[in-house]
Structures are given as C-alpha cells and as structure tokens.
Design a protein around this ligand. Structure first.
Ligand SMILES: [Zn+2]
Length: 239
C-alpha cells in the first residue's frame, strides 16, 4: 500500500484500518452475536449463513441449533414432528419403542433405536448415564398422536421479519398470552399473504390447545379463508 506514503516522513503506524468487528456472542464460543441472531432466525442455523472454513467452525453452534428451544430450526422441528404424527405416523414397532423411551423403560441400544434417532425424536449418547432420552420433537410427536388438536383463529399481533417470527393470539390456547409462530408458515403460496399483510388477515390453523407453554403450541394446516381455492383436501391419502 503506497497511496498513503505521500509525505517525506514514512509513517509506519499510519492510518489504522480497524474493521468494525462484530461483538462476540456471549452464549457460544464460535460466533459473533450478529451471526447467532441470523442463525436463530434460519432453519439452516449459523452454519447456513457463512461460507467455507467458517462453516465448519460454527457447525453445531448451540445458539441456533435445532435442539435449542426457541430457535427457528427448533420450531420447524416441532411442526415437522407434529405433522408426521397427524399425517404420516410411524409404524407400530417404532411407536411402541418411542413410548417405552418416553416412559423411561429403555436406556440402551436396541435394534430400532437409530430409526428414532435419525428423526431426532430420541437422543442417544452412548456412555452417558441417560443414554437414551426423548427429545422435544419426540414429545411433540407423541402429543400429536395423543392430545386433542383443534382449529383456532390465529390473530397476528406483530411481525418480526428479521427473526422470521410473528406474535399471534391463538384463542384456543390463550386469550392473552401470545404465541411465537414462524412467519414463513403463514406467508405461503396457499395463504397468499406477505409479511406486512399478516396483522390484517384472518387466519386459521390446527393447534394443540392443551400445550404446556406458549412455545409448545404447534400450528399445522394454516388456512386463509379469504383464499377461495384453499379448500380442505379429501382424506384420500389417509391410512
Ligand atoms: Zn452461532
């Protein structure tokens, strides 16, 4: 760089080009706070928002991980598990194993265990005292089978496009306590809504009114009655 050596005196400590660094995330060892904020708001997590070498470094960042309650990846996992429970349930042997794990009756490797681990319904940590444990997704799956689901009004109060979530009142769950819902399940081709339109829209979805907490309220089958073509499908694919 010669363009700044314009005087007779060489200036070795000359202009300091300090790139504004992003502050480190206080909750992990791998990311900046800005990256974790992005990762939490993206189902591809922190690793999906960086390139090359950084990908490896931030892989498995706990701040954005699917296994961390409240991340967008976690919310997507809860919806996926519930959808599978209500629409494409596991075969019987797998359901029995999942229920046995939920009841604490299994704590070691069994032949079918990997099939539940790969769906992230169960965590399996060989060598630890609790080797086999039900995950939030395993619980959501069983709740999807066992607990009532009902259609409710979804009244969007506010939209956070950066976090890709909305706050919504879901009267079937609570008249006062808002529920955080992934924005993208409300702004689909089927609802024909854009984010700014959500607070004005009347939407319906199937929910679990008995959810333990607001975060455990899982919306499926989101429906915009203003879209005429959005009729309920006939249950021909049901088993
Ligand atoms: Zn991170």
């Amino acid at each position: 760089m010669t363009m700044y050596c314009d005087g007779p005196v060489h200036e070795p400590f000359g202009p300091e080009y300090v790139r504004p660094q992003n502050a480190d995330c206080p909750d992990c060892e791998c990311c900046t706070a800005a990256l974790c904020a992005k990762g939490r708001a993206n189902v591809t997590e922190c690793a999906g928002n960086v390139d090359g070498e950084m990908k490896e470094r931030v892989a498995n960042c706990p701040c954005s991980a699917e296994s961390t309650r409240g991340t967008l990846a976690w919310r997507a996992g809860m919806i996926r598990a519930t959808t599978y429970a209500t629409e494409r349930p596991l075969r019987e042997e797998l359901e029995h194993l999942l229920r046995a794990i939920a009841d604490g009756q299994v704590n070691g490797f069994t032949e079918l265990l990997p099939k539940l681990v790969v769906r992230r319904y169960v965590s399996w940590t060989p060598g630890s005292t609790t080797q086999v444990a039900l995950t939030d997704f395993g619980r959501a799956y069983l709740d999807g089978l066992d607990l009532p689901r009902t259609e409710s009004l979804v009244s969007v109060q506010s939209v956070d496009e950066a976090a890709r979530t909305v706050q919504a009142l879901i009267p079937a769950f609570s008249a006062e306590q808002p529920v955080t819902v992934p924005m993208d399940i409300l702004t689909t081709r089927r609802t024909e809504l854009s984010p700014p339109e959500l607070t004005e829209a009347t939407l319906y979805a199937e929910v679990n009114p008995g959810a333990r907490t607001a975060d455990d309220v899982v919306l499926t089958k989101v429906r915009n009655p203003a879209v005429v073509a959005d009729r309920p499908k006939s249950p021909d694919g049901a088993r």
